[in-house]
Structure formats: structure tokens, C-alpha cells
Design a protein around this ligand. Structure first.
Ligand code: SF4
Length: 343
């Protein structure tokens, strides 16, 4: 019999578990403490619960942690881990140390149905949503777990195509009964699905990052099919009309493709559409994937693009490329691994 996993359950869900097992209501908080505040990995180690309670629980539930199956380490210190999830598929998790910061980049789905043409995960198609357990397991089972300072939902999948489980994982990360992290340490990145963006803004206080990649409708549609039904203009309207507190950040991700979205015309249009929104643009270099014609401009041209945006009053940064020697493009490592398994 497959047992249900406790790890990844919210306090309310743990209250239901306690009720179901006939245990006192306060047991739920004790279980949450063991799950999220102590570094144990089995029900048997929950020593302030009676032996009887632990036995009852272990008959139906398991703790629910799964170690990564393999790791690749870059010469710059970045590591990519592969975790096995639904139907024997693999998802990627990146660990990115940077001086005082140590960021984990988690996946939220196995594959993705958004079909962005520059993305290897998009080429895998969609295999399924990850549960809150599978999202948070990437964090808790990371060998560098105790050094982590930040978390980004920028791995495989579209987080807001799996809003319920992503919101559950954010609740566990930021609640006092959970990990108690400040929401300002967490960023969720999305292509901009309209209702889920609204829901995310209302139900969480974490930072929002929107994949923009072109300010022009037709061009964005070519790169990101989502633009057909969820236009960037509509996403910007939601952002403009939302009351952000001073701590909460909105950023726009912009992969710079040489000769495609890197012209003065793009700079002018970006300044126009982002007018009145307090935000920043993160320029990202394109990481090559097989069969793609795209490439990024050289460093000098990238810097020029950034400075031109800064001159227009948009705070713009260039994201350092990390892990280029370990298949940096999202979805590439898991695809190679899957192909190996299938051959
Ligand atoms: S870029 Fe993100 S949303 Fe687009 S296909 Fe890849 S994983 Fe999905």
C-alpha cells in the first residue's frame, strides 16, 4: 500500500490527519514542528508524540523525503540535482551559491505545456504537476539545505499553471508554523497567466517575476504561445492595479536574442509599456539548446542594451550566467538523462 506523505502538508491538513487518527488537535502543531523546524526524516523520530500515536501514524503515512538521484557540479560552484518524480520522470533543481547568498531554483511541474520555443522543458511537453511535497522536497532534501538564503520558482514548468500546490508550498515556507521564511526571500516566475497571477498576488506576499522577452505582441506570440490568450498588456494591467507593499518586488525577465529583441525599437517600446510600474528588468543570456537558431549578443552589446534601458529610467540588471558547463538551459539535463534511460 502506498502511504500518504506528511511532508508538504499545511497545518490545516495536519489537523485533518490528527482528527482522522483520533489524536488531540494540538498534535498537528507538534507534527508541523517536526516536519519543518527539525532536521529529522522519520515518524519514529517525533519523540514528543506517544509511541501509540507514532504507530497509528506510521500505519497510514510516511515522512515523505526523497534524496536527489544525481548531481552535476559546475566550475563556478553551481550544482544541478535530478530528482525522480511522477511516472519515473526527472526534474531539475539548481543550487546557486553567490557570496553571502545561496539560492535554490525549484521546478513546479514535470515538463511544461507553455511551449516557449526557446525552452528545452517546453520541448518535453507536459507530464504533470508536482505536489507541494515534490516542490518542497527539492528544498529540504538538497544537500546544501541549511545554507539556503533564497528560493526562486524558475525551474521546470510554469508555477502558475500549478497554482494550488505552489501556493501551498509558499504557505509552508512563510508561515510561523512552517519554515518562517520572509516572503521577500522567495520569487515566483511566470509567463503571465491572468487569473493565476491575480490569485498569486492576492494570496501570497512573495516577489513576482514575469517572463517578458518582447514588448511587441506578434513577436512575443512567436516566442511564447501564451501571448495568444494571456497578453502582456493584460498582465501589466493587473500589476498596475494591484497595491504592492514597499517590500514586494516585480521584475521582468528578458532573454536577449541577437537580432530579434535587442534593437533601439525594443528599448523604446519597453519603456512605453512599463511606464508607471515600479519594476526592474533582468536581462538573461540565452543558453543554447539543441536545434535552436537563437544566440545572445556579445557582452558589449548586452551592456549597451542594459544601459539604454537604465537611461530610460528602468532599473536593469544582467543576470550572471551560471552553470554553463553543466547544461545550464532549463530542462536540458533532465532531457539528456531521460534519453539515456530510454535508450
Ligand atoms: S520557459 Fe518556462 S513556461 Fe516557457 S516552456 Fe519553458 S518552463 Fe515552460
Amino acid at each position: 500500500m502506498t502511504k500518504e506523505k506528511l511532508y508538504g502538508k499545511t497545518l490545516n491538513e495536519l489537523i485533518s490527519v490528527s482528527k482522522h487518527l483520533g489524536l488531540p488537535a494540538f498534535t498537528a502543531r507538534q507534527i508541523a514542528d517536526w516536519l519543518y523546524k527539525k532536521e529529522i526524516s522519520s515518524i519514529d523520530e517525533m519523540t514528543n508524540l506517544s509511541k501509540k500515536a507514532r504507530e497509528l501514524m506510521a500505519a497510514e503515512y510516511e515522512f515523505g523525503l526523497t534524496a536527489p538521484e544525481s548531481a552535476a557540479e559546475s566550475s563556478d560552484g553551481t550544482k544541478k540535482y535530478l530528482y525522480k518524480v511522477l511516472n519515473n520522470r526527472y526534474i531539475e533543481t539548481a543550487y546557486i551559491p553567490d557570496n553571502e547568498r545561496a539560492t535554490i531554483c525549484v521546478s513546479s511541474q514535470s515538463g511544461c505545456r507553455m511551449g516557449c520555443i526557446f525552452c528545452m522543458t517546453g520541448k518535453q511537453g507536459f507530464q504533470g504537476n508536482l505536489s507541494a511535497n515534490e516542490i518542497l522536497n527539492q528544498f529540504r532534501s538538497l544537500p546544501e539545505f541549511s545554507s539556503l538564503t533564497n528560493m526562486v520558482y524558475m525551474g521546470m514548468g510554469e508555477p502558475l499553471d500549478n497554482t494550488a500546490e505552489v501556493l501551498k508550498s509558499l504557505e509552508i515556507l512563510t508561515s510561523t508554523w512552517g519554515y518562517g521564511w520572509s516572503p521577500t526571500r522567495i520569487t515566483v516566475s511566470t509567463v503571465g497567466l491572468l487569473s493565476p497571477v491575480r490569485e498569486f498576488l492576492e494570496k501570497s506576499r512573495c516577489h513576482l517575476a514575469v517572463s517578458l522577452h518582447s514588448p511587441f505582441d506578434e513577436e512575443r506570440r512567436q516566442l511564447m504561445p501564451v501571448q495568444k490568450t494571456n497578453t502582456i498588456a493584460e498582465v501589466l494591467d493587473i500589476i498596475r492595479n494591484f497595491d504592492f507593499n514597499s517590500q514586494r518586488r516585480v521584475s521582468f525577465e528578458y532573454i536577449l536574442f541577437e537580432g530579434l529583441n535587442d534593437t533601439p525599437r525594443h528599448i523604446k517600446e519597453l519603456a512605453r509599456i512599463l511606464n508607471g510600474i515600479k519594476c526592474r528588468i533582468n536581462i538573461i543570456r540565452f543558453h543554447k539548446i539543441p536545434g535552436s537558431e537563437f544566440s545572445s549578443p556579445d557582452d558589449a552589446a548586452t551592456l549597451k542594451f542594459k544601459e539604454a534601458l537604465n537611461a530610460k529610467g528602468i532599473l536593469t540588471t544582467i543576470r550572471a550566467s551560471r552553470g554553463v558547463d553543466i547544461q545550464a538551459a532549463c530542462g536540458l539535463l533532465s532531457t539528456l538523462n531521460q534519453n539515456r534511460q530510454n535508450s
